[in-house]
Design a protein around this ligand. Structure first.
Ligand code: IVH
Length: 677
């Protein structure tokens, strides 16, 4: 009986159970080769649960019982990646792969065959897992490559992610281990999920990747836990202490020994010819893989050579992706419909006879604009060839069979299909516009954009709700959002009192935003996230931006004549400035300081270690300056450190830097770098 045992004995027993369960988890979820029946496994799990329930003091946060512990979150936190998560250029064909290989050899001044690791390029969601002393601490999405979302609680629910790493005799567990990987939803699970959703009248996911992303970005980890997500780990982030991997292949074997899941189909190749063979092989079996893949990766195996090759404009020169050839399907165009967007532009869309393409059912494809329709001469009733390449939205390649008798060529309507107002089209331009600035379609799209994540971020203001608010005339312009009341919302379809109150809370929260988000949210033509940021940094207030003349606008970084003109036009229209005034009056924004953009400035992406005593600055000042210049501060020197700034009496860190061949600079040199010289 448990009652007779000391706390120590109980703890030991709990730990034994945890170890057993971890082992069987690993056998089942990582190696896919279980040693126990489900019932036996469940029995172990129940014993541990019972023990931890009766004696909460013996429970640990890394216990297998703690996968779905957390309560739903309000919002995800932000995680800054210690090293940016890069993306990559693609090779289109074998020839480009050979060119890539030749470039690598040229840069390395080598004639010998290069060793590559060939891996499958998974079409999933990139994440980073952070282990500290072998314990899973934080997991995040890629985000913009510098900052991702903290989805730790959701990642914990993925059984193939160990909460605690193994400590095999062959590998010391690193003090800090960051691994990147791809979260996927296996095809079968995807189909099942969609069937369930369809049966429940819920919208289905377009493809496994969206389903994986949607599942991982659930605020309630209990929902994520119900989705059988899986992961394949494929690349290193920052690693401190531990085995010191020398090659990508070593790294993969090493993390496998630590209990992480890697793709068993990865292969060490000698020379580019073997990589091309790998591509052929994987192409032939891609439909049999139980996950979606869109190509292969070739990575230079040696980390030293990788470092020597370096990167240009965020893209490493030591790796390349070689996508599979696009997948195609033929189907009939039932109708060409017209969709009205945020700035009133009309987009023709082909409504198709539903067809399966690369595991997804396609029933619509954008035809983009009149020019494209004319060029391809697509008409209703025709049969067209669709193509889907990678994660790109399927598009119409060409007409393969004309309808008999043939329909008349498609014409843009003279009247807006949503509000009936006139449609205008300027000579020489491809776009058609609905003239009505208050067109409900435009309003719906503007509100959706304004409320979206990159703008003022109002969670809960979804498509259906926006459509109702606009249709009922409750929201006629952006400013009306800030006059909404809970009671009024609660009366709408699919809204309860609770969700109405939540939405009001979210709206109120959005008053605390940054200037760039507001500028982006206004939906000025040609002004997206990046331009909005430049404008906010330059003008510092909406008033200053509104008053800015063409010349002042052109003085802003990255802004050219077309964008400047579009901004002028926006503020020259009294309807826009009046609506903006009402928006500002109603919302009473409390502008927050804009976060420092990670990875911008003269030290962008550089990892800097400060050591010894500095004369120019205090340590804190120097750190601040490095961060402000886009750099990162690390407290320990590793192969991945870019600069060690050595002050007086620098000791072990300086020695380590010299050993590893890391560049050592003094304060004066740092000052020069900070000034961008
Ligand atoms: S390594 C620069 N390995 O593909 C090195 N990435 O364009 C890139 N991806 O979003 C990371 N499978 O998340 C690597 N076996 C694999 C991968 C992989 C899929 C994703 C990755 C990134 C994108 C790179």
């Amino acid at each position: 009986m448990a009652g007779d045992k000391s706390l120590e004995e109980l703890s030991a027993e709990a730990e034994r159970l945890r170890e057993q369960i971890r082992h069987h988890n690993y056998r089942y979820y990582v190696l896919d080769s279980p040693e126990l029946s489900d019932a036996e496994y469940d029995a172990l799990m129940r014993r541990l649960e019972a023990l931890e329930r009766a004696h909460p003091e013996v429970a640990t946060p890394d216990s297998p019982t703690q996968r779905v512990g957390a309560a739903p979150a309000e919002k995800f936190g932000v995680v800054q990646h210690r090293r940016p998560m890069l993306s990559l250029s693609n090779a289109l064909d074998a020839e480009e792969m050979i060119e890539f290989d030749q470039r690598v050899k040229r840069l390395l001044r080598s004639d010998a065959d290069i060793e590559y690791v060939a891996e499958i390029k998974l079409d999933g969601l990139a994440v980073e897992l952070v282990y500290e002393h072998g314990v899973f601490k934080v997991g995040s999405t890629r985000g913009d490559g510098y900052n991702g979302e903290d989805v730790s609680q959701n990642l914990r629910t993925i059984r193939s992610i160990p909460l605690k790493l193994h400590s095999p005799p062959s590998h010391r567990v690193p003090d800090l281990l960051e691994v990147r990987g791809e979260v996927i939803l296996p095809r079968k699970a995807f189909q099942k999920l969609n069937e369930e959703r369809a049966a429940a009248g819920e919208p289905v996911f377009a493809n496994p990747r969206n389903a994986a992303a949607g599942s991982l970005r659930q605020l309630d980890p209990k929902i994520t836990a119900k989705r059988p997500l899986d992961i394949f780990c494929h690349s290193p982030g920052e690693i401190v202490g531990g085995p010191g991997f020398e090659t990508q292949w070593d790294f993969l074997q090493g993390i496998k020994a630590l209990g992480l899941k890697i793709n068993p189909r990865s292969r060490l190749c000698r020379g580019v010819a073997q990589v091309l063979e790998y591509w052929d092989e994987i192409t032939a079996i891609r439909e049999q893989l139980d996950y979606e893949a869109d190509g292969i990766f070739a990575k230079v195996n040696s980390f030293a050579l990788q470092e020597q090759l370096g990167e240009v404009s965020r893209s490493p020169r030591w790796a390349i992706a070689y996508k599979f050839k696009a997948q195609q399907a033929e189907t009939r165009v039932n109708k060409i419909a017209v969709y009205v967007g945020r700035i009133g532009s009309l987009t023709p869309v082909a409504n198709l006879e539903p067809v399966a393409l690369a595991g997804v059912t396609i029933s619509n494809a954008s035809l983009h604009n009149m020019d494209e329709i004319k060029r391809k001469d697509v008409r209703e009733g025709d049969t067209v060839l669709l193509e889907r390449a990678g994660d790109v939205i399927p598009y119409v390649v060409r007409v393969t069979r004309q309808a008999h008798p043939r329909h008349r060529p498609f014409r843009m309507p003279d009247k807006c299909p949503v509000c009936g107002s006139e449609v205008v089209h300027e000579e020489g331009e491809v776009a058609y516009f609905c003239v009505n600035v208050n067109c409900p379609a435009r309003m719906r799209e503007s509100i959706r954009h304004f409320a979206s994540k990159n703008c003022v971020d109002i969670d809960g203001l979804g498509d259906k709700l926006v459509a109702q608010l606009v249709a009922k005339g409750i929201v006629r312009e952006l400013g009306d959002i800030y006059k909404l009341e809970a009671a009024q919302l609660a009366e709408l379809e699919r809204m309860g009192e609770k969700s109405a109150r939540n939405l009001i809370d979210n709206i109120n929260r959005s008053r605390k935003t940054t200037l760039d988000r507001l500028i982006n949210g206004l939906g000025i033509r040609h002004v997206g996230e990046h331009t909005a940021r430049q404008l906010a940094l330059h003008f510092k207030s909406i008033d200053a931006l509104r008053e800015a003349g063409e010349e002042q606008l052109l003085a802003v970084r990255d802004i050219g004549p077309e964008v400047a003109r579009s901004i002028r036009e926006y503020f020259a229209e009294p309807r826009n400035t009046q609506a903006l005034k009402r928006l500002l009056d109603n919302a009473r924004f409390e502008f927050q300081p804009m976060p420092e953009a990670a990875g911008r400035g003269p030290l962008r992406d550089k990892t800097v270690v400060l050591t010894g005593s500095l004369k120019r600055w205090t340590r804190a000042e120097a750190e601040q300056k490095v961060l402000a210049a886009g750099g990162r501060i690390s407290s320990s020197v590793s192969r991945k450190t870019d600069y060690v700034v050595a002050g007086e009496e620098a000791g072990s860190k300086l020695r380590k830097a010299q050993e590893l061949g890391v560049r050592v600079i003094d304060e004066d040199e740092l000052a020069r770098m900070l000034s961008g010289a």
